[in-house]
Write a new protein. Structure first.
Lengths: 401, 401
């Protein structure tokens, strides 16, 4: 197996992934990512009000979303959601056991779980898995660590950026899993991101939050929001730079690297969406406000009719106008322009004669670009989605709880 | 052909439906419903910001949604949406010509259109159709009038109630079309309702609005909102009662009859949803507020994952909990109870052991009932939807604009 490197490519991290027997497939289902000491860390969790015990644990550790953490332990195959106080004890025990093998404090270990909901974790397997993972921690196990967080993903999702701030070389890397809200009930977007830059915790969090809003949060496979979504980032400081904060000279370069990695992971998630055959970029510009741009772009990206039209390769601008109009964003039909693949289908609210063949060729491709100019202001946002296919329904209808 | 009676069953109305050549199928595509004089009328139109010219015309006539009207003219096969100022002139001409043949004022004739968008109406055909419909107006043409408003509907949708207020016998009837937002781009929910009761215009509107909120607006086939949805109601007063207003003794009976008719039409629309194999009633109760109940019920009813699970007959309560949690309504997982077909699947946030066979039997049926008790207050709402099937995708992906 090629020894792929990503999350341990930034200096100062080790990782491992082991098979502890949660997944019936017998594949890796428990991973640990650890820094060599407590390092600045930031975590973003789902906006769903129904959350898994691991999310509750992480929020308890980092109520403001940032601090100094040592590690994260992740299991797949069971999400520890809707498991009551016992589930919360299990999440705590995962942190405690991981802390013990790392010789760290439990309050420095984040936890994430993904998989079936409504079942208690098989803690005997988890305990053995944590011990076994701890024994194999290193910089050569990134591939196994990635497999350990995956559920029904059909592709491995990772991204790496190497760059320089002044004379400091640094690396920033990430892995992710998530394909929609899939089997057995709710699948989850989990992403782990590492860098060897020194970044102050609050700065790490503010950059991650801003970038996630344009990348991970721009993704909508089916408008359904998991109960367990978690993005965790660690900055080891091993690159040796003076710690960066939002005012620092190098902060922009760091944020750009972060955006590259998160943007790449977000696109990889969409491309692996359930039943997806195409990646669709819906850009709204000219919105009255930034918030309006986001609302309008999501309304198109979530419209089942629009997504079916993309699946069928139909240049159905009417469905785009409908989806914009039904949104809470301000829309004036008389100012609305819609382009697909750069070709104007509708201008100032009226249909345009267009080169049907050129649009059909674009729609037959793998990456579809839709641009809606609302003509009302400066707000702009791009949402990422995939088409809605018969396979999506088949995957989600035929699954048995 | 059996001479079905519905919208002219209430005394004081005539109707007609003719084939004027808009639809390529050659079926009826233009209908007129007329009272014998100006009578109290109310109209509700789409909340979509992109609206067809006929909606603009109706709003211009009845800015507050009620007044005294003589008739409505409806065509199918072309929705007169995204047609600019010319489209608005066409809508006005439809009203003017209908008014002329009825010897009425153009400002007393409502207009509705449904079908392809982005194309000007074939006005020569429309003019001939209006003349021909006017010539055949009567009480024996209800079936043709209903066919004239239909597009891709696979079933005819009508409902009639006969009842009494004191010694006054009255009838209340309605017809509807709409199957989701279907071919060619946006299909539309159009409903025409008649009664021979005398009801004051403002009372007619307030009752229609309240009832529509619990019936037509409770329907969500695919979360997509047409640009042309229109519900128009006329009250001829031919039953001879003293005019009813919200304070009148008989107003409750009138409102109940209206709710029966609209509720029946709403269920007929859902059952004829694109690709639908099941009708799904999602009731949320115990919500903090009425608005929260509606938001939460719609979030479940619109969740693609939930709708796929229903299609597959899977008792996937996790997807229901997820859809509640992602909504803007307040949800406390620890108070959440979910029942399907009367069987408790989740209580106070924890999964319950349940009789899988009993739930599977319920899910194998044609009408599925989901009850979510949020345990937070008194708000309650029932949303109506259908399952999401491969056929839905097939219908919407394979259509060619």
């Amino acid at each position: 197996m090629p020894n792929e490197r990503h999350i341990t490519l930034p200096k100062g991290f080790v990782a491992a992934g082991v098979k502890c027997g949660i997944k019936t497939s017998g594949l890796e289902d428990l991973s640990i990512l650890a820094a060599q000491r407590r390092v600045p860390a930031a975590v973003l969790t789902t906006r769903n009000q129904v959350v898994g015990a691991p999310v509750t644990w992480c929020r308890g550790l980092l109520p403001r979303g940032f601090g100094r953490m040592r590690a994260i332990v992740v299991n797949s195959g069971n999400s520890n959601v809707c498991t009551g106080p016992g589930g919360l004890r299990d999440a705590r025990e995962m942190a405690e056991r991981t802390a013990r093998v790392l010789n760290a404090e439990p309050e420095t270990v984040l936890v994430a779980s993904t998989g079936v909901i409504g079942h208690r974790l098989p803690m005997a397997k988890i305990r053995a898995g944590i011990d076994s993972a701890a024994a194999s921690l290193g910089v050569g196990c990134d591939a196994a660590a990635l497999r350990g967080i995956m559920t029904t993903d059909t592709r491995r999702k990772s991204a790496v950026v190497k760059a320089r701030i002044g004379r400091t070389e640094f690396a920033l890397a990430g892995i992710a899993k998530g394909v929609g809200m899939i089997a057995p009930s709710l699948a989850t977007m989990i992403s782990l991101i590492t860098t060897d830059l020194a970044v102050a915790p609050a700065g790490l969090h503010s950059a991650l939050k801003a970038v996630a809003g344009r990348t991970f949060n721009a993704v909508t496979v089916d408008s359904d929001t998991s109960t367990s979504d978690t993005v965790a980032m660690f900055a080891s400081g091993a690159a040796g730079n003076a710690p960066l904060g939002p005012g620092s000279a190098g902060f922009g370069k760091f944020a750009a690297a972060l955006e590259d990695v998160c943007g790449s992971l977000a696109r990889q998630i969409v491309a692996d969406g359930e039943g997806a055959t195409k990646l669709v970029e819906v850009t709204v510009r000219g919105a009255r406000t930034q918030a309006d741009a986001e609302i309008a772009a999501r309304s198109v990206a979530n419209s089942p009719l629009f997504k079916c039209a993309v699946n069928g390769g139909d240049p159905n601008w009417g469905r785009i106008a409908m989806a914009l109009g039904k949104s809470a964003a301000k829309v004036d039909p008389a100012r609305l322009t819609v382009k697909v693949g750069g070709v104007t289908l509708m201008a100032k609210g009226l249909p345009r004669k267009f080169d049907l063949k050129a649009v059909a060729r674009h729609l037959a491709g793998k990456e579809i670009r839709v641009l809606c100019d609302l003509g009302l202001g400066e707000g702009a946002y791009t949402a990422l989605t995939c088409d809605l296919s018969r396979e999506y329904v088949a995957i989600n209808a035929d699954y048995r709880t």
